[in-house]
Design a protein around this ligand. Structure first.
Ligand code: URA
Length: 244
């Protein structure tokens, strides 16, 4: 069993974006922090940072935010960018504002283009992020692509061959799986995460992707109940499904 981490209350809350340690001390003295329904006046005490802490601690009248180590599943809308600093609407703008001030920061696990929608994972757990994007793990990402021109039937074999070389690259793509839905629609599953990979794969066949939507990562699918722009926290079991 991994050891439960402990933290000073002021350090924990400050790292979760609630304010400076001084501000946390002032808030506590004013009765703004409670633990198990009792005012917590001394923010210098160390407490175990357990998953049930949000249910036990209130800050300024609200349940504590998720403790460090969260994984978020988002239905990324179109026209929103996976970046911390570009101009325009960012995926982080869809989360509570305070979460922008968390340290460790929340980052996307890989990226989707501005013009791609669908399943996007975000986390503040750097080790988990690297495990998911590591090429050694072969986490399968499945995309639904709508194409400008009819498929000619040769694409599946080419994508599965492990010999497709994208323009400007030196290493061929790992085999990928194509499932044809209609003349102009297909599901493509890839295990790598190269720049604009799916669009460039279809471009290499003389086609053009008009709509791209990610439906799955590993054994985890985007639930129908999650509308574009909505997100939810993943449970331990759901996180494990990414590796299935
Ligand atoms: N491949 C692409 O071309 N774009 C994405 O957003 C993801 C995979």
């Amino acid at each position: 069993m991994p050891k439960t981490p402990t933290s000073r209350v002021d350090k924990l809350l400050s790292s979760m974006g609630y304010g400076s340690r001084k501000e946390m001390a002032r808030l506590a003295m004013a009765g703004g922090i409670t633990l198990d329904a009792a005012p917590l006046l001394d923010v210098s005490i160390r407490i175990p940072v357990t998953p049930d802490l949000p249910k036990r601690m209130m800050v300024d009248g609200d349940m504590l935010d998720p403790i460090p180590g969260m994984v978020i599943l988002m239905n990324k809308p179109l026209e929103v960018t996976c970046s911390h600093k570009e101009v325009g609407k960012l995926v982080y703008d869809l989360l509570p504002a305070r979460w922008r001030r968390r340290n460790p920061a929340i980052s996307t696990i890989g990226r989707l283009d501005k013009q791609t929608s669908g399943l996007l994972l975000l986390t503040d757990d750097g080790a988990l992020l690297h495990r998911i994007i590591s090429p050694k793990r072969h986490v399968k990402k499945t995309y639904r692509a709508k194409l400008a021109r009819p498929l000619d039937g040769s694409e599946g074999a080419l994508f599965a061959s492990g010999r497709l070389m994208l323009e400007g690259e030196e290493k061929p793509l790992a085999p990928a799986e194509l499932v044809i839905i209609s003349e102009t629609e297909a599901l493509l599953s890839v295990t790598e995460g190269r720049y604009h990979q799916v669009r460039r794969m279809f471009a290499a066949t003389g086609n053009h992707v008009e709509d791209l939507h990610r439906e799955c990562m590993g054994g985890l699918s985007l639930p129908d109940s999650l509308a574009p722009g909505q997100w939810k926290l993943l449970s331990e079991d759901e996180i494990a499904m990414i590796f299935q």
